[in-house]
Design a protein around this ligand. Structure first.
Ligand code: PGA
Ligand code: ZN
Length: 409
């Protein structure tokens, strides 16, 4: 049984020129795992706390290293429980979810190496209790965020993400081809219309002076040149509605709209009639529960009503959302909760309740971190959000899917 020999940590730079951490877990049989941690800009209020990088470095390399020294490396759930117990808070504010997650994920990688398994194989074993054969793998459908707004861009778009979603029937390489093709066409179309083609934090274009409907129309037009919307390709939005909510009102200046909850729901319903939308994430502020509930009950049979900030990869909030029937799909971001075991537990509850699963990057990310690709494959996630098919930290996740698909991993 391999034991934990050392845990060290240092600072590294993320895709937004912010400091984050990289943790190295070494086992006494020579195996090791390395993990960097992403960081969001548009966070749910109940996300686990991420500590400043300097503080996290010191916590990982002293307190956590001391506590886990010589522990049985293969007992992932015990190690994660120790991290939870040492932290002792309900949101990891003592150790920091960035500290705990870096150790938890680096440990899983070290164990995969020790067991001579691919990371996805090792996570699948943890999740399912049995081996998953390569020929039975289900690849998450990529969700490409190709127009950025909200907190991810310095433009006037209130909604955060406008996405293209290839048909689930396509093989992963063909699905990626759909994203690439539409991205290039959209770029040409934007240039032809004298819009900026600078990109936002997730690699999508961030043109100024667009309305929500124009953004959707541009994406639809670009998609229609090579594919059939509603058949080969669909559309989605992450509204991230909390970013323009205040005191019961949603303000969308580019549409000259100030809407209450019901009016916002009606606005979405109009958009659903005009565009082949199958996915709307965070359509309402996370405390606007009645808005979520009414919307999910009225359109949940034909639309993915996706909870991100509402449930923050936390089983407790997920249970609340299930009890009240607030959503039919959930985002999975390991750094919202802080350990692999808690992440897998969240996915298990969501899958048992038949919710769609979307594993997701963060807007601040690193090219070294492709964990969500392995995680998505291991749990059989329905979708993976990793931004546009550009920028190293985004394409690394898509390329990891291709690497596994090729059979080389
Ligand atoms: P974040 O946003 O990574 O900036 O928090 C992503 C999202 O809201 O899905
Ligand atoms: Zn989101």
């Amino acid at each position: 049984m391999p034991k934990i020999k050392s845990i060290t940590c240092h600072k590294v730079i993320d895709s937004r020129a912010e400091w984050t951490i990289e943790t190295h877990v070494k086992l006494d049989d020579g195996s090791f795992g390395i993990q960097t941690i992403p960081e969001g800009a548009s966070k749910g209020e109940n996300e686990a706390v991420s500590l400043p990088a300097d503080k996290a470095v010191s916590i990982v390399s002293t307190a956590i290293n001391d506590a886990l020294h010589e522990e049985d490396a293969l007992d992932q759930s015990k190690i994660d429980q120790m991290l939870i117990d040492i932290d002792g808070t309900d949101n990891k504010r003592h150790l920091g979810a960035n500290s705990t997650l870096s150790v938890s994920l680096a440990l899983a990688k070290a164990c995969a190496m020790s067991e001579k398994l691919e990371l996805w194989e090792y996570i699948a074993l943890l999740y399912r209790g049995k081996k998953l054969a390569h020929k039975n793998l289900h690849y998450p459908t990529p969700v490409f965020n190709i127009i950025n707004g909200g907190k991810h861009a310095h433009n006037n778009l209130s909604f955060q993400e406008f996405m293209v979603i290839p048909s689930k029937n396509l093989a992963i390489d063909k699905a990626l081809e759909v994203g690439i093709t539409i991205y290039h066409t959209l770029k040409d179309d934007l240039i032809a219309k004298n819009f900026d083609v600078d990109v936002g934090d997730e690699g999508g274009f961030a043109p100024n002076n667009l309305t929500v409907e124009q953004a959707l129309s541009l994406i639809r037009q670009a998609a229609s040149k090579s594919f059939k919307p509603g058949e080969d390709v669909f559309f989605g939005m992450d509204v991230a509605a909390e970013s323009f909510y205040k005191l019961g009102e949603y303000t969308i200046p580019e549409e000259s709209k100030k809407l209450n909850t019901e009016q916002l729901a009606n606005y979405y319903t109009q958009l659903l009639k005009k565009f082949e939308l199958i996915y709307i994430e965070d359509p309402f502020y996370e405390r606007d529960l009645l808005g979520w509930q009414n919307f999910n009950s009225s359109v949940g049979n034909k639309l993915m009503v996706v909870a991100d900030d509402l449930v923050v990869t936390n089983a407790k909030y997920l249970q609340g959302a299930l009890d009240e029937k607030l959503a039919n799909a959930v985002i999975v971001k390991p750094n919202q909760i802080g350990t692999l075991t808690e992440t897998l537990n969240f996915v298990k509850i969501a899958q048992q309740a038949k919710l769609s699963i979307i594993v997701s990057h963060r807007s601040g990310d690193t090219a070294e971190d492709t964990f969500i690709a392995d995680l998505g494959i291991a749990v059989g996630a329905d979708f993976m959000k990793a931004g546009a098919p550009v920028r190293g930290e985004r394409v690394a996740k898509y390329n990891r899917l291709l690497e596994i698909y090729s059979g080389e991993s």
